[in-house]
Design a protein around this ligand. Structure first.
Ligand SMILES: C[S@@+](CC[C@H](N)C(=O)[O-])C[C@H]1O[C@@H](n2cnc3c(N)ncnc32)[C@H](O)[C@@H]1O
Length: 271
């Protein structure tokens, strides 16, 4: 059965505001893979579990047409309302029943989404939809996060780890697939030609306010918020206070850098 943790309109709004697009190094890994495989058809890319569309936008400059799909109506409504390139469109549908013809897709992606899917049914769709010489890229942000700010990086990283560990006690069991660096997803991909890259580090500059918003976009935080609203809100407030004190600043607009580790499973359909 589908896991429906991204249905709330408030969650979708937090998502649209604070989730960032796949960053430079992850993008480079995917583009280099297409080059390595000498992909020369760029008609259709499908971005499955696209959320509010940040990832779908990035594909727009490489493909004639990009379709972002998601099971959550609230996420797709946010995606449609946000400014997006003219060749990107959105559809509400499950990853396990994608409304595209057999062998019609040049690149199928899922960014921080595949762990939520019914893996065997989704993999059947990957196999059915990819054109010969088509590729798939299934990536995720891992639970490894570091914070960089002047000489306070170690202490800040310790704080964010502590907060994250508390929040992730509320994680759905499918998040184990992320903790295992998508090993299960890699093993289930029904293609001979495949690889898994686990050490993609991306550096994301952001303000303390954005960092707090990013944390609140995590599904375990949303579960915590529903179960214990006061405790969840005070966890975030205390975390922000500790981060500001450690940085020795008072403004939430102060910039720091988040370093995230991404994992990407790549596959090529030879025939
Ligand atoms: C963590 S968000 C990632 C969104 C976006 N790709 C990004 O990188 O910001 C995961 C998304 O997967 C969607 N999702 C979960 N299960 C799904 C399913 N079975 N079919 C389609 N989408 C699904 C959720 O609704 C949510 O929008």
């Amino acid at each position: 059965m589908a896991t429906r943790l991204f249905e709330g309109r408030d969650h979708a709004a937090v998502y649209q505001r604070y989730r960032f697009s796949p960053q430079e190094n992850l993008q480079r890994v995917i583009v280099s893979y297409l080059e390595k495989k000498k992909v020369n058809s760029f008609h259709l890319a499908v971005d499955v579990g696209c959320g509010t569309g940040q990832s779908s936008h990035l594909l727009a400059k490489h493909f004639e047409k990009v379709v972002g799909t998601d099971i959550s109506k609230a996420q797709i409504e946010e995606a449609k309302q946000a400014t997006h390139p003219p060749n990107v469109s959105y559809l509400v549908c499950p990853a396990e029943e994608l409304p595209f013809e057999d062998r019609s897709v040049d690149l199928l992606t899922a960014f921080t989404a595949a762990h939520w899917f019914d893996i065997p049914r989704f993999m059947n769709e990957v196999d059915r939809l990819l054109k010969p010489s088509g590729c798939v890229a299934l990536s995720t942000s891992t639970l490894d996060m570091r914070l960089h700010y002047k000489d306070r990086s170690e202490k800040l990283t310790g704080i964010i780890k502590e907060i994250k560990d508390q929040i992730f006690t509320y994680a759905h069991e499918k998040v184990k697939r992320v903790a295992n660096d998508y090993k299960e997803i890699f093993d289930s991909l029904p293609l001979q030609d495949k690889e898994r890259i686990t050490d993609i580090l991306d550096h994301v500059p952001m303000s303390v306010a954005d960092l707090m918003g990013y944390i609140q976009s995590f599904s375990p935080y949303q579960i915590f918020l529903k179960a214990q609203p006061d405790a969840a809100k005070s966890l975030v407030q205390n975390a922000e206070q500790r981060i500001l004190e450690t940085m020795g600043v008072s403004s939430r607009d102060t910039q720091l850098e988040l370093v995230t580790r991404q994992v990407c499973v790549l596959g090529y359909k030879s025939s």
